[in-house]
Design a binder for this molecule. Structure first.
Ligand SMILES: Nc1ncnc2c1ncn2[C@@H]1O[C@H](COP(=O)(O)OP(=O)(O)OP(=O)(O)O)[C@@H](O)[C@H]1O
Ligand SMILES: [Mg+2]
Length: 241
């Protein structure tokens, strides 16, 4: 019997995290980063793209819907992840600002009420990767899409979206802001995704800690702890036991 080939993995490059998940996210997976407002969801997603482009030469694209791309970029530069500081890095790390997705829909002559926003975004992704070869994709955020698309109609378009991302050979990170009291994975996105990384804040005495947990990762024997994480020297790090 032929041996099963090993699963290729994409490291998160979060210090201390990859060894808790067999080296990273299975290539080709669709992973949701879920958590409350300001819990560093965008920072976590961007840092995966940044360090994969920097250390492994894996090209990535960061799609913004709600927050303008230049704001995200300025924030990441401030933290120490400056794609312009490394020659050639910007060629492997591009932003796609879909804040104007509404005008795209209008250009297509579609009715906003009935438009399939995820299908429109996918069209933009295909256009983009035709000129920018891409391994990793971040969508920031699903909420930006759900705000436009009526909630009860999201599951089927989301299923098609996830299927198409995989067919394109991308490894994808979908950001989903959820209320802090919402249990992990209890959303259409959580059910459809191959993996969920959850970020939460927790009050510790007089301060607040951010915690990260891999709550689901298909094809992966991962640990199940909640680990405090911080930014140190421009890089995310889980400070785990
Ligand atoms: N230079 C920095 N060093 C450490 N922490 C920072 C720095 N800049 C911002 N932060 C922290 O990161 C948080 C924002 O991170 P980020 O934008 O990634 O979160 P988010 O979960 O995507 O937020 P949102 O809900 O607004 O999308 C800030 O609220 C702040 O606590
Ligand atoms: Mg964000």
């Amino acid at each position: 019997m032929a041996a099963t080939p090993p699963i290729e993995r994409i490291p998160t490059f979060v210090e201390g995290l990859d060894r808790k998940m067999e080296g990273g996210i299975p290539k080709g997976a669709v992973v949701v980063i879920e958590g409350g407002a300001g819990c560093m969801k965008s920072t976590l997603a961007y840092s995966m793209l940044h360090f994969n482009a920097l250390r492994s030469e894996r090209p990535g694209m960061y799609i913004t819907i709600e927050q303008p791309a230049n704001e995200i970029e300025a924030q990441m530069t401030h933290i120490g992840m400056d794609r312009r500081a490394v020659p050639g890095l910007s060629d492997r790390l591009s932003f796609l600002d879909l804040g104007q997705v509404r005008s795209v829909i209008a250009q297509l002559g579609e009715n906003e009420e009935e438009a399939d926003w995820l299908a429109s975004i996918l069209g933009q992704v295909k256009l983009h990767i035709a000129s920018h070869p891409t391994d990793l994709l971040v969508l920031d955020s699903l909420n930006g899409v759900f705000a436009l698309q009526r909630d009860n109609e999201v599951r089927l378009p989301l299923f098609h979206f996830v299927t198409e991302l995989k067919a394109l050979g991308l490894t994808s990170i979908l950001i989903h802001e959820v209320a802090t009291n919402q249990a992990g994975g209890e959303s259409a996105a959580g059910f459809l995704a191959d993996g969920i990384i959850r970020v939460e804040r927790k009050r510790v005495d007089e301060s607040v800690a951010l915690l990260l947990s891999v709550t689901k990762m298909r094809k992966t024997a991962h640990e199940h702890g909640y680990y405090p994480f911080i930014i140190r020297h421009g890089k995310l790090e889980v400070v785990a036991k």
